[in-house]
Design a binder for this molecule. Structure first.
Ligand code: ATP
Ligand code: PAU
Length: 447
């Protein structure tokens, strides 16, 4: 299939997922202690959190109304054929996987959202599920530690902490293996979806650009090493950008950068060489338009901060940070012999200029040997990994397993080749949901 065809299809992309759980829920993590088998027939919709330094990411599953009937029907049918009696059934739950994000400094908005959407399930607030057990929710990121008490006080739920790197890798591997049209390249204003053969996925370098940046060499499922990182990341862009431009939101900063011209502030090779290409006077090969020194013009100009346009500052800053991350990523890929570099994290936000800058940096430094790739669900790797981690604890129908098929997505997206007015290419709309079919494997205990 040509990349152009793949791009077209992506416009109707949706994810169908399969949710699998297992085993009896008799551990500390249980949602139910099962005094009757019907305790299992009202499963709490699973959800998971990734609470980072800048943003909280929430992934949750909601069933369609007829889902429960479906579930009961299949289970009873299984019982009638003698499959039950402590054995496993495979009821299919139809529903949707939802994604939402909130600023960590506004965590109350997240708590209100959880409450308003009733994603705590039928047990409601301050629940003690049957048998005196506390509902446990999978959570990752530093905030899973920092805000554990807040969730306990507000909802009576316990945050079951999953390692941040484990979750990033699990989320990335899941997306790369199971979700069609997930990975893409972006260069010269062209977005091309890449279908990676799941058998030829590893090794790769995962570069997660959150507040800070983690670089992880991924060798397989659960096999990885955090090889590097840098504190110059998304938090730096947003923090410095806010101070320098006085803008009020991250989106405003991105919007500014879209309109700006970095050459006003960055010192170019041509500025130093009197307009000549350095490549013409030396073997080093830097063009006149290459940035010699980010923000370098600010030293020579007799100007103050207010003399620069906020949009030009935003543009230079975005270029500086993206370039730097692209370069460090490439150096790590080189050090570890990796050709494929996959970028995630909410810093990217499907922003054309960010992706282009990172891609150019990787291409430039690797002389075309390495490739930068991006992910549609870039910001939800950790939360998806936490969501998937229910599975490894073997309880309660809580694992996205594989994609069954695609159905049209609810919200329309611009065509990848269509020039959009804003700075974003194809960002996941906030709170967008994805159709899912969920296979819930429950071990039913008959009493
Ligand atoms: N609406 C937004 N508000 C604030 N920052 C945003 C927003 N959208 C994107 N960002 C960018 O995304 C970054 C956070 O990305 P992400 O959520 O992946 O990391 P995090 O989990 O908060 O950080 P860390 O993993 O380092 O703790 C911010 O620092 C900022 O650059
Ligand atoms: C500290 C974490 C892992 C928290 O998510 C992240 O912000 C990060 O990778 N920062 C970069 C730290 C460093 O390696 O210099």
């Amino acid at each position: 299939m040509s990349s152009a065809q793949m791009e077209d299809q992506s416009q109707n992309q949706s994810v169908k997922c399969t949710e699998i759980g297992g085993s009896e829920r008799d551990s500390e993590n249980n949602m139910s202690s099962s005094t009757s088998r019907f305790d299992y027939y009202d499963p709490i919709s699973p959800w998971a959190l990734d609470i980072g330094g800048s943003l909280i990411k929430l992934v949750y599953f909601s069933r369609e109304d007829n889902s429960l009937e479906n579930y009961l029907g299949k289970s009873v049918a299984a019982e009638n054929t003698g499959v039950l009696n402590g054995c496993t059934t495979h009821p299919v739950l139809n529903g949707q996987l939802h994604f939402a994000k909130f600023e960590t400094t506004k965590i109350n908005e997240c708590l209100d959202f959880i409450e308003s959407k009733q994603i705590l399930g039928s047990c409601g607030r301050h629940q003690e599920v049957s048998g005196g057990k506390t509902l446990t929710i999978k959570a990752t990121g530093g905030g899973a530690y920092k805000f554990a008490n807040l969730f306990k006080e507000k909802f009576g739920v316990r945050l079951d902490k999953e390692d941040e790197m484990d979750c990033l890798v699990a989320g990335a591997n899941f997306l790369l293996k199971a979700v069609p049209h997930e990975a893409f390249t972006y260069l010269d204003n062209r977005k091309e979806f890449v279908q990676i053969d799941p058998n030829d996925l590893f090794p790769y370098l995962l570069v997660n650009i959150g507040s800070g940046v983690s670089m992880i060499k991924v060798d397989g499922d659960g096999q990885f090493q955090r090889v590097s990182g840098t504190s110059i990341g998304g938090g730096t862009f947003w923090g410095l950008g806010r101070l320098l431009t006085k803008c009020q939101s991250f989106d405003e900063l991105l919007e500014l950068s879209h309109r700006g011209n970095n050459r006003v502030i960055d010192m170019l090779v041509g500025d130093i060489y009197g307009g000549l290409d350095y490549s013409k006077v030396s073997k080093i090969g830097l063009s006149a338009t290459a940035i010699a020194s980010s923000f370098g013009k600010a030293i020579s100009d007799k100007k103050e901060l207010q003399d620069y346009k906020p949009e030009d500052i935003a543009r230079s800053l975005l270029r500086l940070i993206s370039n730097n991350i692209g370069q460090i990523a490439y150096l790590n890929a080189l050090l570890h012999g990796l050709k494929r570099i996959i970028f995630g994290g909410f810093f990217i936000r499907g922003h054309e200029y960010t992706m282009d800058t990172i891609s150019v940096a990787v291409q430039f430094w690797s002389k075309g040997e390495a490739k930068a790739m991006f992910l549609r669900h870039e910001g939800f790797l950790g939360a998806l990994g936490a969501f998937k981690s229910y599975e490894k604890h073997g309880f309660g129908g809580l694992m996205v397993d594989h994609l069954a098929e695609q159905t049209p997505i609810v919200s329309p997206r611009p065509h990848p080749n269509q020039k959009v007015n804003g700075p974003f290419t194809e960002e996941l709309a906030d709170n967008e949901s994805i159709d899912c079919s969920v296979l819930s494997v429950e071990t039913l205990k008959l009493t």
